[in-house]
Structures are given as C-alpha cells and as structure tokens.
Design a protein. Structure first.
Length: 434
C-alpha cells in the first residue's frame, strides 16, 4: 500500500513537471514571437499597433538604408520555426485557457508570416489575405444583394436625384457643428463608461485622452499606451454625424477598444505573464475580435430604443440639432447599414483588378451611398490597410452571432454583458467563434 502511494505521488509529480515544462516552453515561443513582431515592425511601422513590453526586447533602430533591405527569407525562417513549435505543441495537461493560448499563438504566427510575405512583395487575393491575417472565411455578396437593399430605401427617401444624393442631403441635417464636437463626444464617452462600469470592473488607474486630428484615412483611432491608458483620436477631415458620437465613443472607448486592451493587459499579461499580449500586431486575428466587439459593444451599451432616447434627450440638444426626426433618421440608417458589405465586395474586385481606383469610388458612391469625398477616403484606407475592412462588418456579425447563440440577447442584458466580457478578456480567435 505504501509503495502504491509513493508511486502515485511520483506520477503526480512527473505530470506536474511536464505541465510546468509545457507552460515554460510556450512562454519561450511567446517571447520569440513578440521579438519577431518587433523586428518586422521596423520595416513597416503600421504592423505594430501597440507595444508595452520590456524595453530591452526592442531591436536597435535601423538606418533608412537598412530599412530598404528587407530580410524576408530570414524572417520567414524564423516564423516557420515558431509555427512548427506551436503546431506540434502537446496540449496534454493544459487547461482550457492554455489550449486557447496555444491556438491564439498559432493563428497569430500564421498571420505574421503572411504579413512578412506581403512586405516582401507577395500579393494575395482578398479572400486569401483575410483568411491568413484575420483567421476569417469571409462572406461574399453578389451585386443583386445591394440592388435589392437600395430598392428598400426608395420609399424611405422620396425626392429627386439618386438614392445616394437623397440620403446625403437628408443626413446633412444631422452634422455636429465643429465647435460642439468635443462637448458631444466627451458626453457620449462618459455615458458609455458609466454603462460599462455597471457590468465590467475596470482597473482603478484606467484613463484616456481625446485628441482631434486631420489628414488621416480613418474616422477615429484608439492608440493604447499600456497601463490601462489610451489616446483616442477623432479625425475631423469630414463632417461628423450625430450617430457617430455614440458609435465612436463606444467603439474606441467604452466598452470598445479601450476596455478590450485594458482587460487583456490586466488578465493575460499582468496576471498570467503571457508576454504575447504585450504587443498588438494590427494585421492579426486579434483585430477581427477587437473591431467586431467594439462595433457590437455599441449595441450592448446602448440597446434598441435606449440609444435613440438617449441621443434625442441628451446629444441632439447639446449639438443644437432638431430631434424631431431622430426616429426617421435611425430607421433609414438601419437600412443604409445593410450596405456595409458593399465596401468588402468593392475591395475584392479592386484586389482582383476588376476595378481600378475610379471604378471603386463609383461603386462606393452607388452601393455604399458615400459622397465622393468619403468614397475617396475609403479607398485611401483600403490602399493602406487592405482587407482589414472586413473586421468591422464581418467581425461585428461574427461576435454578435456568437454571443446571441449563447443567449446573450437584448432581452437578457446581464447575460449579454457577461459573454461580452468573456470575449474581450480571453485569447479568442475568430475561427473559434463559429
């Protein structure tokens, strides 16, 4: 009996040692992955969205001449080595969260390898790029889908001219005056924060700074600086509509990017010591989860009629806008948002050579109802960020379906917030949400 007890204790000890070795090995892979991301980022600064890891891990700054000599073969070899290690990594004895971590690393190393190839000149199709970078099998829509969606707007937007012209004329009544933008946006952020704190405990030190900028291809951006602090920039090149106040405040702030980054840092980097969460590579599956939850977070924080009531009673007066047409505005906007996938389809045709720049602008003006100026900005974004655009609409759809499939519906707000928090606090990848 004594021998059996000793043998059992020995087995437990050996299993424990094996588990600890596995965790340590994964830590080593994570460290090498972070350092490789930092090295790749030297050749394309857009690669790294945020880094708040050890300063000594950063490579020495390259000269302009060195940046011209991209060592693609060397970087591909390094990524292949990490990919081999992580794909052959035994999951025996790992917890559920550690298995999620292993898959997270695998998908992110695949994305990094693809980005290395792209920096080196490799061209992927729109679908291939989305799959490799964002772990996404994107939906395709034929032209008839958008034609049908436009038809449904005919009765909602009576008048002369095409639907795009009618929509943009009607929407012009809902522009936030430049001098009132900060007041409206800051108020929306504080409301989003108040609603988020009812369900999610944030680090005591969390904070943010809002800046207004120009000459950027995006509408707004969250620059996460670490230690639960963000700089939120709002681009004022184009008119900012009243609905964008809640959209941007929730998407960039609460419960969107700011909360997403703060929780991942707190739960996975600080508590677990998982160093892969010290870096945010922009062209990665993390971005699909980040953008998808940030867009879905708007619905979570401001569900259904609550949003319209809040805007009519608070934001419209602050902006000096007539709230009497708010219901009509949002009814039309709901229909217009069904056209969001037109940008994906236009980009796919742009990638394949079916569209040139001018044809893509025309497509966006017709099927996305963009003004020419806004369509040009959208093409600038696609030129710089490529298939990243799928993260906003496909990401929203994926996250919404995942949470609602688990009963996180508008009728069950506590459950929806609970599932939302889980999604932004753990190492999920998009393919695991299907």
């Amino acid at each position: 009996m004594k021998k059996i007890l000793i043998l059992n204790l020995l087995i437990i000890f050996l299993i424990s040692c094996q588990q600890q070795r596995s965790i340590n090995d994964m830590d080593s892979i994570a460290e090498e992955y972070v350092k490789l991301v930092l090295e790749v980022g030297q050749y394309d600064p857009v690669v790294i969205d945020a880094y708040h890891g050890p300063e000594e891990w950063k490579p020495s700054e390259l000269s302009e001449e060195e940046k011209l000599n991209f060592p693609m073969d060397k970087l591909i070899q390094a990524s292949d080595k990490l990919l081999h290690l992580i794909t052959h990594f035994s999951e025996t004895g790992l917890s559920e969260s550690e298995r999620m971590r292993r898959l997270f690393l695998e998908k992110h190393i695949i994305a990094l390898r693809a980005k290395i190839q792209m920096i080196g000149g490799k061209k992927f199709s729109f679908e291939e790029e989305a799959r490799l970078l964002y772990d996404a099998e994107i939906l395709r829509y034929d032209q008839q889908y958008f034609i049908d969606a436009l038809t449904s707007l005919e009765n909602l937007l009576p008048g002369k001219g095409n639907i795009g012209e009618r929509w943009n004329e009607f929407r012009s009544k809902f522009v936030i005056p430049q001098e009132k933008l900060d007041t409206v946006f800051s108020t929306a952020i504080e409301e989003g924060r108040k609603r988020t704190l009812r369900y999610i405990k944030l680090p005591d030190e969390e904070n943010f700074l809002v800046e207004y900028v120009k000459n950027e291809p995006w509408g707004a951006y969250n620059w996460y600086k670490g230690n639960s602090f963000s700089v939120i920039q709002v681009n004022t090149d184009l008119p900012v509509y009243i609905d964008r106040a809640v959209d941007l405040a929730s998407h960039e702030g609460y419960p969107g990017h700011h909360v997403f980054n703060a929780l991942l840092e707190q739960n996975l980097l600080v508590k677990n010591g998982w160093m892969e969460f010290s870096v945010y590579p922009l062209f990665s599956p993390m971005s699909l989860i980040a953008e998808g939850t940030a867009n879905y977070g708007i619905e979570v924080a401001f569900p259904g009629k609550e949003r319209i009531d809040y805007e009519k009673n608070v934001l419209f007066p602050l902006a000096g806008l007539d709230a009497s047409q708010a219901e009509k505005y949002y009814k039309i906007l709901d229909e217009v948002n069904k056209l969001s996938f037109a940008r994906n389809e236009g980009a796919r045709r742009y990638y394949s050579g079916e569209f040139d720049r001018e044809q893509l602008i025309d497509w966006l003006m017709k099927y996305r109802l963009s003004t020419r100026e806004r369509a040009e900005k959208s093409v600038d974004f696609i030129d710089k960020y490529g298939s990243y655009i799928i993260n906003y609409n496909y990401g929203l759809q994926l996250c919404r379906e995942y949470i609602e499939r688990k009963c996180g519906t508008i009728e069950n707000p506590a459950k929806r917030w609970e599932l939302f928090k889980q999604l932004i606090s753990n190492p999920y990848v998009p393919s695991a949400l299907k």
